[in-house]
Write a protein that binds this ligand. Structure first.
Ligand SMILES: NC(=O)c1ccc[n+]([C@@H]2O[C@H](COP(=O)([O-])OP(=O)(O)OC[C@H]3O[C@@H](n4cnc5c(N)ncnc54)[C@H](OP(=O)(O)O)[C@@H]3O)[C@@H](O)[C@H]2O)c1
Length: 321
């Protein structure tokens, strides 16, 4: 395996600033701002609501009166979730079943969302995975990249006309400070990790950087339409993430990582604030650490790569046909 020096290495090296890293460390210790407004009869779409951050966030929005559509991959967990939410909060909770690593399912769910008569007030792209070993989907694509970036990209792209016609909507992508693991940028010609050594951290960093890069272009397309798009690091919180990995990883997570993590309550508060708070109604194209705006790493701000990735994503998703 060879590691070709990324042609952007020196550009990013010059752009890194210690002050941004220090800001991140400070923000990691901050609590989220709280929004106490209601969200009665609003319509919220959220992916990956069957556990962790998605579960806490779905309940937070429901507690404030919002009706929900949850995009999940597991039918039984979805039934249990919606039954629990409807009985506890008296709102409507529906679900759509989709494996967000499979292109056919992603297209199908986007189509179903387009066909809903109700305007979508907030859409939260939350579903995510962390894989220590590389997995390739039946579509021939690296799985982490599809679940985090490509599924979000396709759904946002196909919903663009609907959201713009509503003249108001907020898209929130659950990103991560982990985008910083792609410290020297993404390998746009090797998104399937065939020429570079795969690692869980690097593939996660790439997928989360790709999300942030796509935000740059979506934000341009949504400008002055009333639709906003932002990305949030939801805190370092205890969840079910990484359960697909082997026993060593799971043991390490349970006995070490989990002991340092906070409750996903803070993630839910942050997502509710970003979805509802009046003061950020017009804020778009930003990265938040919980509710504090923060500058992402240089590779996630590279406009040239953002446009290249846009074209590549269109091609990989088959949207260019
Ligand atoms: N936890 C943290 O500290 C942290 C930090 C930064 C960012 N994040 C991000 O937060 C988001 C939520 O993660 P989490 O920590 O709450 O993890 P989690 O507890 O594992 O929840 C992940 C959710 O995504 C769903 N999901 C996974 N793969 C899917 C697929 N192929 N199709 C459809 N749904 C799928 C899971 O469904 P099942 O219930 O069926 O497994 C689950 O509902 C992720 O995007 C993650 O990268 C988390």
């Amino acid at each position: 395996m060879f590691m070709k020096k990324n042609k952007k290495f020196f550009k990013y090296f010059r752009e890194y600033q210690w002050s941004n890293i220090l800001a991140m460390i400070k923000n990691n210790r901050s609590d989220p701002k709280i929004c106490s407004d209601d969200f009665k009869n609003k319509f919220v779409v959220i992916s990956g609501a069957t556990s962790g951050i998605g579960y806490y966030t779905a309940k937070k929005f429901a507690a404030k009166g919002a009706n929900l559509i949850c995009i999940n991959r597991n039918i039984q967990k979805s039934k249990d979730l919606c039954r629990e939410i409807e009985s506890e909060f008296g709102v409507k909770c529906d679900y759509l079943i989709a494996d967000l690593s499979i292109l056919k399912d992603i297209y199908q769910v986007a189509e179903q969302l387009i066909n809903y008569n109700t305007p979508i007030d907030v859409i939260i792209h939350n579903a995510g995975i962390y894989l220590t070993k590389k997995e390739v989907t039946n579509d021939g694509l690296e799985k982490v990249f599809v679940v985090h970036h490509l599924s979000t990209f396709i759904i946002n792209y196909l919903l663009m006309d609907k959201l713009i016609s509503q003249q108001q909507a907020r898209i929130i992508m659950v990103g991560s400070e982990g985008h910083r693991f792609a410290a020297w940028g993404i390998h746009i010609d090797d998104l399937n990790w065939e020429k570079h050594r795969y690692s869980g951290l690097k593939s996660y960093g790439t997928a989360k950087t790709a999300q942030l890069l796509s935000m740059i272009v979506f934000d341009e397309k949504f400008r002055n339409t009333g639709v906003t798009i932002n990305t949030v690091h939801p805190g370092a919180v205890k969840s079910e993430t990484g359960q697909e990995n082997g026993p060593v990883y799971r043991w390490f997570k349970k006995n070490f990582l989990d002991k340092t993590l906070k409750s996903p309550d803070i993630s839910a508060e942050a997502l509710y604030y970003l979805g509802v708070a009046k003061e950020i109604e017009a804020v778009s194209g930003k990265f938040f650490n919980l509710t504090t705006e923060e500058e992402p790493a240089p590779p996630a701000l590279d406009k040239e790569v953002a446009y290249e990735l846009w074209n590549k994503s269109m091609e990989l998703a088959g949207l260019d046909k």
